[in-house]
Design a protein around this ligand. Structure first.
Ligand SMILES: [Fe+2]
Length: 260
């Protein structure tokens, strides 16, 4: 099973789609009532945009019949909508190191992250990888996390992360975003849990998006870390310490997309 897509509602579907296509590096995957965009991997789409006030509609996972059973929609304790769909592979696009391949993970703000984590493990069958003071990281395959729940005090979309081929791809993406007037609000840097490289931005749709690469893969023997295992020295928020985090802009953007 893997994370397939995020379905969003945005006021300006065309403008948002143009950004994702011309600046962020996705490709159009078809126009219907909603606009769909894809990465270079053989997934039908990874972002769906429907017109409306900003909202998070659902997070979709895909897999074989053996992996997901029947197609279904599951609602979490804070209105989280998880969809499980049968995989419907399409031909991959030519790989380009500065273009997103697929989604890497989604982070949700939760009123009660412990309850959200429990639901993911007990009802969705995910596994806990790490728990820090701020977040619980869960996985649905070998990738360290497909979802993380942040202790936000409210339920909303924290950010959507897109997988690049490597660190060079992340850096090139950061450069392209800077050229287009979207300098990073955090990064470049390397996270603790998951050990992935990152660059975070606030897109023109008002939500936070991340380029990432090199997310750690873990096995059944992975030792679940706790808050004591993931502490930074004062003033640091990542392993490198070369960039600042714009807490004010990120904090605002993390509240823009509530569950529909
Ligand atoms: Fe992330």
């Amino acid at each position: 099973m893997k994370l397939q897509s995020v379905e969003l509602r945005v006021p300006d579907v065309e403008g948002t789609a143009r950004f994702f296509e011309q600046v962020w590096g996705l490709s159009r995957a078809g126009n219907g009532a909603a606009v769909r965009l894809r990465g270079t991997a053989g997934l039908p789409y990874i972002i769906e945009l429907e017109r409306g006030a900003p909202a998070l509609r659902s997070i979709s996972f895909c897999g074989t019949r053996a992996e997901i059973g029947a197609e279904r929609e599951v609602t979490g304790p804070e209105g989280e909508r998880y969809r499980f769909v049968l995989e419907a592979p399409v031909a991959p696009l030519a790989a380009q190191r500065d273009r997103p391949i697929q989604l890497s993970h989604v982070v949700l703000n939760s009123k009660d992250a412990d309850a959200a984590e429990r639901f993911a493990i007990e009802e969705l069958g995910f596994r806990l990888s790490d728990r820090t003071r701020h977040m619980s990281f869960v996985r649905c395959n070998r990738v360290h996390h497909c979802i993380a729940y942040a202790r936000g005090g409210f339920a909303s979309l924290n950010h959507i992360a897109f997988e690049m081929a490597d660190i060079d791809g992340v850096m090139r993406g950061i450069g392209r975003m800077r050229d287009a007037g979207f300098p990073p609000v955090w990064g470049p840097g390397r996270h603790g849990p998951g050990n992935n490289v990152f660059g975070y931005f606030v897109g023109p749709h008002g939500g936070v998006v991340e380029y990432t690469a090199e997310v750690e893969e873990v096995g059944d023997d992975y030792k679940v870390g706790g808050p004591e295992d993931w502490k930074w020295p004062p003033g640091r928020t990542d392993q490198w310490g070369v960039s600042n985090r714009d807490n004010e802009r990120i904090g605002k953007a993390e509240q823009a997309f509530r569950w529909a």
